[in-house]
Design a protein around this ligand. Structure first.
Ligand SMILES: C[S@@+](CC[C@H](N)C(=O)[O-])C[C@H]1O[C@@H](n2cnc3c(N)ncnc32)[C@H](O)[C@@H]1O
Length: 290
């Protein structure tokens, strides 16, 4: 799917900053606190990327799902700038997007957005190097080796060659705006790409009960994520319970039981209802509650 630049517009945020909106679904990127502030709080700091990259023999692999206008990715680049001597090796940043148009639009509006300026050269190189996985060419910036894979992540995630991530910055719009990226079938494929001996954390803006149920049934452990702007909490998920600072507890199951929208999201089902008996049984049997 290709989104020409004219499908985006600039939006003035409450905090005085600017962001982008895709007219295709009306969703604004980083709507409240602005692109870089959200990227740092929700992804880079919460993921403890700098700390986790220290003292390791293999590179830290970060999946940036939904490169968009590159705020999350640049927050990663920024976090590692000047840390070349710290030890701990490379940071391998794999950005995915079905289109380069949001980044192109953002570069055209660099001044209004305010966070791309110092990175124009590397972003232009990234755009030139972009290609379908795995043929995108590598761009170096400090300790970060950066690839931009252009394609539908729902398809790309099926590849056996994807490097298993330590961190997934999951930012593909909301369920309402992009259901396919939130279904049980898709999230099971994402979970299957994680290596059992490699703890991985996925961070996202949602706080939806239905999405949390879907992540749990896809095989993730799920916890409360850092609040951001007007949201008092978001969501994190992992293949190991130890990476979650605030795992959901058994008492949260009561909320699922009581919810009229507690069912997991499945492909081909437009509406989410209350959770059914067999999903409830699977949810109760999840190792998270042991
Ligand atoms: C909210 S924006 C991401 C904002 C971005 N992380 C940033 O920091 O500017 C969502 C992005 O996800 C991309 N996207 C949505 N569904 C996708 C899919 N199935 N495959 C690849 N990219 C997708 C969209 O093209 C869009 O650029």
């Amino acid at each position: 799917m290709c989104e020409p630049s004219s499908e985006f517009e600039l939006v003035a945020l409450k905090n005085g900053g600017s962001s982008l909106r895709w007219l295709g679904n009306g969703e604004t990127f980083h709507p409240v606190v602005g692109p870089m502030s959200e990227a740092r709080t929700l992804h880079v700091d919460q993921q403890r990327l700098v700390e986790r990259a220290r003292c390791r023999s293999e590179s830290l692999v970060v999946w940036d799902v939904g490169l968009g206008a590159a705020a999350n990715a640049l927050a990663v680049v920024e976090a590692f700038a000047g840390r070349e001597e710290e030890g701990g090796g490379w940071v391998d940043l794999h950005s995915f997007d079905r289109s380069a148009a949001p980044l192109g639009f953002a570069l055209e509006h660099e001044e209004e957005l305010g966070y791309l300026g110092g990175y124009r050269a590397v972003l232009e190189e990234l755009l030139e190097s972009a290609g379908p996985f795995p043929s995108a060419r590598l761009v170096h910036t400090g300790r970060v080796r950066w690839w931009f894979h252009v394609g539908d992540f729902e398809e790309l995630v099926k590849s056996a060659e994807l490097p298993a991530p330590d961190a997934v910055l999951y930012d593909p719009y909301s369920v309402a705006g992009n259901r396919g990226m939130w279904t049980l079938e898709h999230l099971r494929r994402v979970r299957a790409q994680l290596r059992e001996d490699k703890p991985c954390l996925l961070s996202n803006y949602t706080r939806s009960t239905s999405v949390r149920v879907t992540l749990l049934l896809a095989g993730f452990y799920v916890g409360l994520g850092q609040g951001v702007g007007e949201k008092d909490q978001t969501t994190v998920a992992s293949n190991v319970p130890g990476l979650l600072e605030r795992p959901l507890g058994r008492e949260w199951l009561k909320r699922v039981r009581a919810s009229t929208r507690g069912a997991p999201l499945r492909a081909g089902e437009a509406e989410v209802g209350a959770i059914g008996a067999s999903d409830w049984e699977s949810l109760e049997a999840h190792p998270q509650w042991r």
